[in-house]
Design a protein around this ligand. Structure first.
Ligand code: F6R
Length: 369
């Protein structure tokens, strides 16, 4: 069943490209997104709402945080992302002009289900993005867009994460078409790039052997930090979660801009820090800021493990290791950047001789509140 891989998690990471491919397949034609799954929300629905709230837990929460950047940017609908178990206990403003999007691989997470029920009681429509046909959350929602990542067996979620981001991007483009917040040419351009992403993820998977060597060498590491900006921030949080879950190593993700507001005090000689570097080609503001963050932590002795675009000449000389990703539109960078972090957690857990697929204290589906 593991198809020759030593663990389900290893197999599932190798399926990241297909998870994206199968989630977008058949859902756009001739430069336009077509998602009949959303018809259930009603004609003209996306022109009527004034807010989207994404609710989810764990890795699904981080995919929501990541995809929220483009959902808001493309649709011009204000988007909030909330931990499902915090959401319903704070008397949030939720009404019929608000769409609740729940993200869940299993579709059975009790915290997320309770947030969906709460929102329906308040009169909001609910959209489920789910990887499991016929699960409880999609059954109780007004509409559902399935991710087609295939069954995910390992407790640590990987291919479902990238599929969730892909599904929200489709939702974002659908909403942008309905609200005319992107031109036809812009949508067509984004979709053309979207189609190339599975192959670009395949290229990033080629780093597996080198990441294994790094992880073997780092088997005694006590703490790893992750830094990112913009969509790189939730990717940093997700990378840290993966490491905690399966390698039992203290790990934290930070928004790189927060460094000087506190976390830089943690940096001491030898501290490994993953840094997610946005492409220098599109952005003349974020990239130099990340480069100076790298210089700041390096000056204090950090061991810099960078994920950067293949032609990024500024990062090569200042990082200890660079895992390169092919050039893409910044919207799709998170789908490439998360891959080395998934592999790193897998290989560090393996190097420590742990059970990668069944980490202690965790269950695949959390059906209690
Ligand atoms: C992380 C992980 C958990 C789940 C979370 C939500 O690797 O597996 O954090 O992401 O429990 O689960 P779903 O997506 O099934 O609602």
């Amino acid at each position: 069943e593991k198809g020759g891989w030593p663990s389900f998690m290893a197999k599932e990471i190798s399926e990241d490209p297909e998870a994206i491919e199968n989630t977008i397949r058949g859902r756009f034609h001739e430069g336009r997104v077509t998602l009949p799954d959303l018809d259930a929300l009603g004609e003209g629905y996306f022109r009527e709402i004034d807010r989207i709230i994404i609710v989810a837990c764990g890795t699904a929460y981080y995919s929501g945080q990541t995809a929220a950047y483009m959902l808001e940017k493309w649709s011009r609908i204000p988007v909030q992302v909330e931990l499902a178990h915090e959401f319903r206990y704070r008397d949030p403003v939720v009404d019929e002009r608000c769409l609740i999007v729940s993200l869940s691989q299993s579709g059975e997470t009790m915290d997320t289900l309770m947030a969906v029920r709460f929102a329906r009681e308040r009169g909001a429509k609910t959209l489920s993005i789910c990887n499991t046909q016929g699960a409880t959350i999609p059954r109780e929602s007004d509409a559902v867009v399935y991710t087609h990542a295939g069954p995910e067996v390992a407790v640590a979620s990987t291919k479902a994460f990238v599929a969730q981001i892909a599904a929200i991007y489709l939702l974002a483009l659908h909403a942008a078409q309905a609200r005319q917040t992107l031109t036809d040419a812009e949508v067509a351009h984004i979709l053309a790039e979207f189609e190339t992403i599975p192959d670009k993820v395949r290229e990033v998977l080629q780093h597996h052997d080198r990441i294994r060597e790094l992880a073997n060498w780092m088997a005694d590491t006590r703490s790893v930090l992750y830094l990112g900006r913009n969509t790189g921030f939730p990717i940093a949080l997700e990378g840290a979660l993966k490491l905690k879950e399966i390698a039992y190593i203290h790990a934290e993700g930070f928004a790189a801009g927060e460094l000087k507001h506190g976390p830089i005090a943690l940096i001491e000689p030898g501290q490994p820090v993953f840094v997610l570097v946005p492409s220098p080609r599109y952005d003349d503001t974020l990239h130099p800021k990340i480069v100076s963050n790298i210089q700041e932590i390096r000056a204090r002795g950090a061991r810099v493990l960078a994920v950067a675009e293949v032609s990024d000449a500024a990062v090569l000389p200042i990082a200890d290791e660079v895992f390169t990703v092919p050039p893409t539109d910044p919207a799709f960078e998170p789908l490439l950047h998360v891959v080395p972090l998934q592999i790193f957690a897998l290989e560090l857990s393996t190097a420590k001789g742990l059970d990668v697929d069944q980490p202690r204290n965790l269950a695949k589906s959390v059906t209690v509140e």
